[in-house]
Design a protein around this ligand. Structure first.
Ligand code: MG
Length: 243
C-alpha cells in the first residue's frame, strides 16, 4: 500500500509536465499549396559585399560547424544545430539545400531541417516532394504561422535554393514597435510574400514576440536528417542613414 501511494504521488508530480509538454498547432484550415514541378535551384554567386557563410570548403563561420560533414563542396547535417559566429539583423540570405536522396520516414520526419533568422524565426526545410504534412509546417512555411504560396520542392537528392529577404523586428525596451517581415523565393518562385511574422516559431507554443537585440545568428537546424547545404551567403541590409 505504501509502495502504491509512492507510485501515485510520483505520477501526480509528473502528470502536469506530461499534459503541458505537447505539440501546439494553429488549427487554421489552410488551402493546400499548389504544386509546381521542375523548377531548378537558382545558384546565384555571392555579390561582392556579401559575407560568405559556406563556400563548399569549411564551416568555420559557424559555431559547431566542425561537427558536420563537409565533403565534395557540400555540408551535411550532423548533431547539433549550427549557428553563425557573426550576428545579423535585416538581411538578404541565399542558400541551397537538398533533402536526403534515400527516402526515410514521412511527414515531419522526412528531410527536416530549417533556417532560423535571428536564431528564432524559422523558414522550414522539409522534403515536401509527394510528402504531405500540415501546410504551415511544410517546406517553405514560416513554421506554424504561414504555409508557402506554392510547393516547388524538387525530388529528394536534388538541389533547391532559398533566397530570403528579412526585415528585422524593432523593439523599444519591452515593446514591439515594428514586426519582422519576410519574403522567400524557392527555386526562383515567390513562396512567401512579405509575410508579417507573428513572433518566434516554436513547435510547442503559439508565436509570440520576445524582445531581443537588433542582431542574432543564422541557425541551420539539426532535426536528425542528413540534409545537405551549399553556397550560403548573406548581405546585411542597412538604411542609407546607417553606417
Ligand atoms: Mg525544421
Amino acid at each position: 500500500m505504501k509502495h502504491t501511494s509512492k507510485i501515485l504521488s510520483v505520477f501526480l508530480i509528473l502528470m502536469p509536465a506530461v499534459c503541458f509538454s505537447g505539440e501546439w498547432k494553429s488549427g487554421i484550415s489552410w488551402k493546400k499549396p499548389e504544386v509546381l514541378k521542375g523548377k531548378a535551384a537558382v545558384t546565384t554567386p555571392a555579390p561582392e559585399d556579401a559575407v560568405i557563410l559556406f563556400d563548399g570548403k569549411d564551416l568555420s563561420a559557424w559555431n559547431g560547424g566542425e561537427k558536420w560533414l563537409v565533403k565534395d563542396g557540400y555540408a551535411e547535417v550532423r548533431k547539433p544545430s549550427i549557428s553563425t559566429k557573426q550576428e545579423f539583423g535585416s538581411c538578404k540570405l541565399h542558400l541551397e539545400w537538398a533533402a536526403p536522396e534515400k527516402v526515410k520516414s514521412s511527414g515531419q520526419g522526412r528531410g527536416n531541417s530549417g533556417v532560423f533568422l535571428m536564431g528564432r524565426y524559422e523558414v522550414q526545410i522539409l522534403d515536401s516532394y509527394n510528402n504531405d504534412t500540415y501546410y504551415d509546417g511544410q517546406c517553405g512555411a514560416i513554421y506554424k504561422q504561414h504555409p508557402p504560396l506554392k510547393n516547388v520542392c524538387n525530388p529528394p537528392g536534388e538541389w533547391n535554393s532559398y533566397d530570403i529577404e528579412f526585415s528585422a523586428p524593432v523593439f523599444e525596451g519591452e515593446k514591439l514597435v515594428k514586426p519582422a517581415f519576410i519574403t522567400v523565393y524557392q527555386n526562383g518562385v515567390l513562396i512567401q510574400d512579405n509575410w508579417k511574422l507573428q513572433g518566434s516559431t516554436a513547435w510547442h507554443k503559439p508565436p509570440e514576440y520576445e524582445p531581443h537585440g537588433p542582431k542574432g545568428p543564422i541557425i541551420l537546424q539539426d532535426h536528425g536528417n542528413p540534409v545537405r547545404f551549399r553556397n550560403i551567403w548573406i548581405q546585411e541590409i542597412k538604411n542609407n542613414s546607417e553606417n
